[in-house]
Write a protein that binds this ligand. Structure first.
Ligand code: DGL
Length: 275
Protein backbone atom coordinates (compact mmCIF):
# COMPACT_ATOMS: atom_id res chain seq x y z
CA UNK A 1 0.00 0.00 0.00
CA UNK A 2 1.19 3.51 -0.85
CA UNK A 3 0.66 6.32 1.67
CA UNK A 4 -0.10 9.82 0.42
CA UNK A 5 0.24 12.64 2.93
CA UNK A 6 -0.67 16.31 2.91
CA UNK A 7 -1.49 18.92 5.52
CA UNK A 8 -5.03 18.96 4.15
CA UNK A 9 -6.94 18.56 0.89
CA UNK A 10 -4.15 19.63 -1.48
CA UNK A 11 -2.58 16.18 -1.74
CA UNK A 12 -5.79 14.93 -3.32
CA UNK A 13 -4.69 16.75 -6.51
CA UNK A 14 -1.65 14.46 -6.51
CA UNK A 15 -3.51 11.31 -5.41
CA UNK A 16 -6.06 11.60 -8.22
CA UNK A 17 -3.35 11.69 -10.91
CA UNK A 18 -1.32 8.89 -9.30
CA UNK A 19 -4.39 6.65 -9.08
CA UNK A 20 -5.22 7.34 -12.73
CA UNK A 21 -1.75 6.30 -13.87
CA UNK A 22 -1.20 3.47 -11.37
CA UNK A 23 -4.62 2.01 -10.52
CA UNK A 24 -3.13 -1.35 -9.56
CA UNK A 25 -2.03 -0.21 -6.07
CA UNK A 26 -3.92 0.56 -2.85
CA UNK A 27 -3.59 4.12 -1.53
CA UNK A 28 -4.04 5.36 2.02
CA UNK A 29 -4.49 9.15 2.07
CA UNK A 30 -3.86 11.14 5.23
CA UNK A 31 -4.81 14.81 5.55
CA UNK A 32 -3.78 16.59 8.73
CA UNK A 33 -6.66 19.04 8.21
CA UNK A 34 -7.04 19.85 11.90
CA UNK A 35 -3.54 21.38 11.90
CA UNK A 36 -3.47 22.85 8.36
CA UNK A 37 -2.09 25.12 7.10
CA UNK A 38 1.50 24.02 7.61
CA UNK A 39 2.95 26.70 5.36
CA UNK A 40 2.94 29.44 7.97
CA UNK A 41 4.43 27.26 10.73
CA UNK A 42 8.06 26.97 11.84
CA UNK A 43 10.53 24.42 10.49
CA UNK A 44 10.50 22.42 13.77
CA UNK A 45 6.72 22.12 13.88
CA UNK A 46 6.42 21.14 10.19
CA UNK A 47 9.10 18.50 10.69
CA UNK A 48 7.44 17.12 13.85
CA UNK A 49 3.94 16.96 12.31
CA UNK A 50 5.24 15.40 9.09
CA UNK A 51 7.20 12.75 11.00
CA UNK A 52 4.09 11.87 13.03
CA UNK A 53 2.14 11.39 9.80
CA UNK A 54 4.89 9.29 8.21
CA UNK A 55 5.08 7.04 11.29
CA UNK A 56 1.31 6.67 11.36
CA UNK A 57 1.09 5.68 7.70
CA UNK A 58 3.96 3.25 8.13
CA UNK A 59 2.20 1.62 11.10
CA UNK A 60 -0.88 1.20 8.92
CA UNK A 61 1.14 -0.84 6.42
CA UNK A 62 2.46 1.76 3.95
CA UNK A 63 6.00 0.94 2.85
CA UNK A 64 6.16 3.81 0.39
CA UNK A 65 4.93 7.28 1.32
CA UNK A 66 4.57 10.29 -0.95
CA UNK A 67 4.73 13.63 0.80
CA UNK A 68 2.13 15.23 -1.48
CA UNK A 69 2.91 18.55 0.16
CA UNK A 70 5.61 20.96 -0.94
CA UNK A 71 5.96 22.47 2.50
CA UNK A 72 6.63 19.07 4.09
CA UNK A 73 8.88 18.09 1.15
CA UNK A 74 10.86 21.32 1.56
CA UNK A 75 11.14 21.37 5.33
CA UNK A 76 11.01 17.77 6.55
CA UNK A 77 11.79 15.26 3.79
CA UNK A 78 15.57 15.36 3.86
CA UNK A 79 15.79 15.02 7.66
CA UNK A 80 13.26 12.19 7.73
CA UNK A 81 15.10 10.34 4.96
CA UNK A 82 18.47 10.77 6.64
CA UNK A 83 17.58 10.40 10.29
CA UNK A 84 14.24 8.78 10.95
CA UNK A 85 13.57 5.88 8.63
CA UNK A 86 15.17 2.63 7.60
CA UNK A 87 15.14 2.56 3.78
CA UNK A 88 15.02 -1.24 3.89
CA UNK A 89 11.54 -0.91 5.40
CA UNK A 90 10.18 2.41 4.22
CA UNK A 91 10.76 4.88 1.40
CA UNK A 92 9.53 8.46 1.59
CA UNK A 93 9.44 10.61 -1.55
CA UNK A 94 8.59 14.27 -2.07
CA UNK A 95 7.12 16.41 -4.84
CA UNK A 96 9.73 19.11 -5.42
CA UNK A 97 12.47 17.11 -7.16
CA UNK A 98 10.19 15.59 -9.84
CA UNK A 99 8.70 19.02 -10.52
CA UNK A 100 11.97 20.87 -11.04
CA UNK A 101 13.27 18.12 -13.33
CA UNK A 102 10.74 18.95 -16.07
CA UNK A 103 11.13 22.75 -15.94
CA UNK A 104 14.16 23.20 -18.25
CA UNK A 105 12.11 21.64 -21.09
CA UNK A 106 9.06 23.77 -20.35
CA UNK A 107 10.57 27.27 -20.36
CA UNK A 108 11.64 29.18 -23.47
CA UNK A 109 13.28 32.22 -21.91
CA UNK A 110 14.43 30.59 -18.61
CA UNK A 111 12.48 33.03 -16.39
CA UNK A 112 10.64 30.91 -13.83
CA UNK A 113 8.13 32.01 -11.20
CA UNK A 114 7.38 29.90 -8.12
CA UNK A 115 4.16 30.38 -6.15
CA UNK A 116 4.24 28.55 -2.83
CA UNK A 117 3.55 28.74 0.89
CA UNK A 118 5.72 30.98 3.09
CA UNK A 119 7.46 27.85 4.45
CA UNK A 120 8.40 26.53 1.03
CA UNK A 121 9.58 29.96 -0.12
CA UNK A 122 11.69 30.49 3.01
CA UNK A 123 13.34 27.08 2.57
CA UNK A 124 14.61 28.20 -0.89
CA UNK A 125 14.22 24.56 -1.97
CA UNK A 126 12.83 25.47 -5.38
CA UNK A 127 15.59 27.98 -6.09
CA UNK A 128 18.32 25.54 -5.04
CA UNK A 129 16.85 22.57 -6.92
CA UNK A 130 16.03 24.54 -10.08
CA UNK A 131 19.53 25.99 -10.27
CA UNK A 132 20.93 22.46 -9.93
CA UNK A 133 18.96 21.57 -13.07
CA UNK A 134 20.19 24.64 -14.96
CA UNK A 135 22.33 27.34 -13.32
CA UNK A 136 21.26 29.90 -15.97
CA UNK A 137 17.59 29.85 -14.89
CA UNK A 138 16.24 33.07 -13.37
CA UNK A 139 14.01 32.02 -10.47
CA UNK A 140 11.61 34.35 -8.66
CA UNK A 141 9.47 33.24 -5.71
CA UNK A 142 6.26 34.63 -4.28
CA UNK A 143 4.68 33.43 -1.03
CA UNK A 144 0.88 33.18 -1.11
CA UNK A 145 -0.08 32.83 2.58
CA UNK A 146 -3.83 33.26 2.02
CA UNK A 147 -4.38 30.65 -0.68
CA UNK A 148 -4.27 27.49 1.47
CA UNK A 149 -6.60 28.93 4.15
CA UNK A 150 -9.07 29.97 1.42
CA UNK A 151 -9.01 26.47 -0.08
CA UNK A 152 -9.17 24.62 3.27
CA UNK A 153 -12.21 26.69 4.24
CA UNK A 154 -13.95 26.11 0.89
CA UNK A 155 -13.88 29.84 0.05
CA UNK A 156 -11.59 29.54 -2.98
CA UNK A 157 -14.21 29.66 -5.72
CA UNK A 158 -15.97 32.77 -4.45
CA UNK A 159 -15.33 36.32 -5.65
CA UNK A 160 -13.50 37.12 -2.41
CA UNK A 161 -10.67 34.82 -3.49
CA UNK A 162 -10.10 36.85 -6.68
CA UNK A 163 -8.50 39.65 -4.68
CA UNK A 164 -5.77 37.37 -3.33
CA UNK A 165 -5.26 35.55 -6.62
CA UNK A 166 -4.61 38.87 -8.36
CA UNK A 167 -2.52 40.26 -5.49
CA UNK A 168 0.05 37.44 -5.46
CA UNK A 169 0.23 37.12 -9.24
CA UNK A 170 0.84 40.88 -9.53
CA UNK A 171 3.49 40.74 -6.82
CA UNK A 172 5.28 37.88 -8.59
CA UNK A 173 5.16 39.51 -12.02
CA UNK A 174 6.27 42.88 -10.67
CA UNK A 175 9.41 41.18 -9.41
CA UNK A 176 10.09 39.68 -12.88
CA UNK A 177 7.84 40.69 -15.79
CA UNK A 178 9.68 38.27 -18.11
CA UNK A 179 8.45 35.08 -16.40
CA UNK A 180 7.16 32.60 -19.01
CA UNK A 181 6.59 29.61 -16.69
CA UNK A 182 4.91 29.60 -13.28
CA UNK A 183 5.20 26.57 -10.98
CA UNK A 184 2.24 26.08 -8.66
CA UNK A 185 4.55 24.92 -5.85
CA UNK A 186 1.81 23.91 -3.45
CA UNK A 187 -0.49 20.96 -4.03
CA UNK A 188 -3.53 22.98 -2.96
CA UNK A 189 -3.12 25.51 -5.77
CA UNK A 190 -4.50 23.42 -8.69
CA UNK A 191 -7.87 23.99 -7.02
CA UNK A 192 -7.61 27.66 -8.06
CA UNK A 193 -5.77 27.02 -11.34
CA UNK A 194 -8.77 28.22 -13.39
CA UNK A 195 -8.79 31.56 -11.56
CA UNK A 196 -5.01 31.91 -11.95
CA UNK A 197 -5.10 31.19 -15.70
CA UNK A 198 -8.13 33.42 -16.25
CA UNK A 199 -6.36 36.37 -14.60
CA UNK A 200 -3.16 35.81 -16.59
CA UNK A 201 -5.19 35.74 -19.81
CA UNK A 202 -7.20 38.77 -18.79
CA UNK A 203 -3.95 40.71 -18.31
CA UNK A 204 -2.67 39.46 -21.68
CA UNK A 205 0.15 37.36 -20.33
CA UNK A 206 1.09 34.17 -22.09
CA UNK A 207 2.54 32.19 -19.26
CA UNK A 208 2.48 28.44 -18.87
CA UNK A 209 1.23 27.27 -15.49
CA UNK A 210 2.80 24.03 -14.23
CA UNK A 211 0.88 21.80 -11.82
CA UNK A 212 2.41 18.79 -10.14
CA UNK A 213 -0.12 15.93 -10.28
CA UNK A 214 0.81 14.38 -13.61
CA UNK A 215 4.51 15.09 -13.13
CA UNK A 216 4.61 13.36 -9.74
CA UNK A 217 2.53 10.43 -11.03
CA UNK A 218 4.91 9.89 -13.97
CA UNK A 219 7.93 10.18 -11.73
CA UNK A 220 6.46 7.62 -9.33
CA UNK A 221 5.77 5.23 -12.22
CA UNK A 222 9.42 5.59 -13.35
CA UNK A 223 10.63 5.07 -9.78
CA UNK A 224 8.62 1.86 -9.39
CA UNK A 225 9.87 0.66 -12.75
CA UNK A 226 13.45 1.11 -11.52
CA UNK A 227 12.70 -0.52 -8.13
CA UNK A 228 10.92 -3.88 -8.52
CA UNK A 229 11.77 -4.71 -4.89
CA UNK A 230 9.62 -1.76 -3.74
CA UNK A 231 6.78 -2.86 -6.01
CA UNK A 232 6.88 -6.20 -4.25
CA UNK A 233 6.77 -4.54 -0.82
CA UNK A 234 3.85 -2.23 -1.59
CA UNK A 235 1.89 -4.94 -3.37
CA UNK A 236 1.83 -7.37 -0.45
CA UNK A 237 1.39 -5.53 2.84
CA UNK A 238 2.39 -7.80 5.70
CA UNK A 239 0.57 -5.84 8.35
CA UNK A 240 -1.85 -3.02 8.93
CA UNK A 241 -4.98 -2.32 6.97
CA UNK A 242 -5.46 -3.27 3.35
CA UNK A 243 -7.44 -1.67 0.57
CA UNK A 244 -6.42 1.92 1.31
CA UNK A 245 -8.82 4.71 2.20
CA UNK A 246 -8.93 8.24 3.57
CA UNK A 247 -7.82 9.42 7.00
CA UNK A 248 -8.10 12.89 8.49
CA UNK A 249 -7.33 14.55 11.79
CA UNK A 250 -10.47 16.71 11.30
CA UNK A 251 -14.05 15.51 11.40
CA UNK A 252 -14.50 12.52 9.06
CA UNK A 253 -17.79 13.86 7.66
CA UNK A 254 -16.37 17.30 6.96
CA UNK A 255 -13.37 15.76 5.20
CA UNK A 256 -15.49 13.31 3.19
CA UNK A 257 -17.83 16.08 2.00
CA UNK A 258 -15.02 18.33 0.74
CA UNK A 259 -12.79 15.54 -0.56
CA UNK A 260 -15.70 14.06 -2.53
CA UNK A 261 -16.03 17.43 -4.29
CA UNK A 262 -12.30 17.67 -5.02
CA UNK A 263 -12.12 14.09 -6.33
CA UNK A 264 -15.57 14.18 -8.01
CA UNK A 265 -16.54 10.87 -6.40
CA UNK A 266 -18.18 9.91 -3.11
CA UNK A 267 -15.69 8.86 -0.47
CA UNK A 268 -15.74 7.76 3.13
CA UNK A 269 -13.18 8.97 5.64
CA UNK A 270 -12.00 8.02 9.10
CA UNK A 271 -10.95 10.37 11.88
CA UNK A 272 -7.54 9.71 13.46
CA UNK A 273 -5.34 11.46 16.02
CA UNK A 274 -1.69 12.17 15.28
CA UNK A 275 0.85 12.51 18.05
N1 DGL B 1 -0.37 21.36 0.07
C1 DGL B 1 0.64 21.94 0.89
C2 DGL B 1 1.86 22.26 0.00
O1 DGL B 1 1.99 21.67 -1.06
C3 DGL B 1 0.08 23.08 1.66
C4 DGL B 1 0.82 23.38 2.89
C5 DGL B 1 0.04 24.12 3.93
O2 DGL B 1 -0.70 23.47 4.67
O3 DGL B 1 0.25 25.33 4.06
O4 DGL B 1 2.70 23.07 0.34
Amino acid sequence: MIGVFDSGYGGLTILSKIRQLLPEYDYLYLGDNARAPYGTRSFDVIYEYTLQAVNYLHEQGCNLIILACNTASAEALRTIQQRDINPEELRVLGVIRPTVEVIPQRTKNKHIGVLATPGTVASESYVIELLKQDPTLVVTQQACPMWVPLIESGEHLGEGADYFVEKYLNELLEQDPLIDTIILGCTHYPLIQDKIEAYLLQTNRHISVVTQGEIVAQSLADYLHRHPEIVERISSPLRGRSGGGFLTTESATKFADSASLFLSEPIEAEHIELQ
